[in-house]
Design a protein around this ligand. Structure first.
Ligand SMILES: Nc1ncnc2c1ncn2[C@@H]1O[C@H](COP(=O)(O)OP(=O)(O)OP(=O)(O)O)[C@@H](O)[C@H]1O
Ligand SMILES: [Mg+2]
Length: 336
């Protein structure tokens, strides 16, 4: 169905949304290939929900443009609406109805006849591990069950593009894994998924490409590998037996590796941030480094190799971590 010549499910150019003085989305360019999971990663208030709402035609942009499967989100909003579905930080199901009642009702609203709606509801409840809870009112569901029924509701008719806005925020690890499996299954059916998340491991697990957004702007975009490469191949942490030999060890490492070597506060410790060498893995580089230190008679007591996490990527790109409270406070800027 999604046979756009460009192969893009979403294409935006300079997308802007302002709320009073706040530029919630500040010139966002995205190109989301059809048939993949695309991750939009950013901390609280980065502009993720605002971006999704514009793309789902729930909010009108103040600037720039966006196309969903080639349709302009403003001028051709109806066509866009016909191809997308969303779930996440909004309620989509009725709390007072049971799981079955919700899905049957939504199926009927989509134009399915009652038996077909019932069959589809039962299939989805089963697939999402909700068969036992099918007859319970949704208000009695746990957070994980609630998230799963939300997603089930949004894929009643298989959408070409599914927006999942922080689908696992607040879920326990087991429920997160269940939601991840569902996302993988949805994509396997040909649906494109735009997933927003504050969790680096979630983007890492699910997405083929990731846009990192901070304060309304895309600050990095690429495959997971490309993003990781932008902060290097990882780091080697060493503890030497003899603090007197540390300067010499630093020289050796600097000469041998394309590494930035840092002295740690502990007088025997140092960290080498490995550069990206095409033919050389981080482990190879580390092994060579250890060999060279041994030849120089420098004893290494402790050694560890750290792979860069997406967390480190974020830190390297923004200068602050993904949590709340460390960066400059921007929350009070919201105009009435
Ligand atoms: N309706 C609104 N009125 C005023 N300001 C808003 C409105 N919606 C969002 N904002 C502001 O726009 C900015 C981006 O908000 P948005 O909800 O898009 O962020 P987010 O990335 O989804 O964050 P979170 O991870 O907390 O859901 C924030 O500063 C927020 O306070
Ligand atoms: Mg949000």
């Amino acid at each position: 169905m999604s046979t756009q010549t460009s192969g893009l499910a979403i294409e935006t150019a300079g997308l802007v949304k302002t709320f009073g003085e706040t530029r919630a989305v500040d010139g966002v360019d995205l190109a989301v290939p059809a048939g993949t999971v695309y991750g939009v990663l950013g901390p609280n208030g980065a502009g993720k929900t605002t971006t999704v709402k514009m793309l789902a035609t729930l909010l009108r942009p103040d600037g720039g443009e966006a196309h969903v499967f080639g349709h302009d989100i403003v001028r051709e909003a109806d066509e866009v609406r016909g191809r997308v579905s969303l779930t996440g930080q909004y309620a989509s199901v009725d709390e007072d109805l049971t799981g079955t009642e919700n899905l049957v009702l939504l199926g009927r609203l989509l134009g399915h006849r009652k038996p077909a709606a019932r069959t589809r509801a039962a299939q989805l409840l089963e697939a999402f591990g909700l068969t036992e809870a099918a007859g319970k009112q949704v208000k009695h569901y746990s957070g994980g069950m609630r998230r799963r029924i939300d997603i089930a509701a949004s894929i009643l008719s298989t959408p070409d593009l599914l927006f999942l806005d922080e689908p696992t925020t607040g879920l326990d690890p087991r429920s997160r894994n269940q939601v991840w499996d569902i996302v993988r299954a949805v994509v396997a059916q040909g649906t494109t998924v735009l997933l927003t998340t504050q969790y680096l491991d979630e983007a890492d697990q699910l997405a083929s490409r990731i846009a990192v957004i901070d304060r309304g702007k895309v600050i990095a975009e690429g495959t997971k590998g490309e993003l990781k490469a932008s902060v290097g191949a990882g780091s080697v942490h060493l503890r030497l037996r003899d603090p007197e030999r540390r300067e010499e060890a630093v020289r050796i490492l600097r000469d041998l590796l394309t590494a930035e070597v840092q002295l740690e506060p502990d007088p025997v410790a140092l960290t080498a941030r490995l550069g990206v060498a095409a033919s050389d893995t981080a482990a190879d580089q580390a092994a060579r480094a250890l060999g060279e230190l041994a030849r120089a008679g420098i004893t290494v007591d402790n050694f560890s190799l750290g792979q860069p996490s997406l967390d480190e990527v974020f830190l390297a790109l923004t200068g602050h971590d993904t949590g709340q409270g460390t960066g400059p406070e921007t929350k009070d800027e919201v105009a009435a």
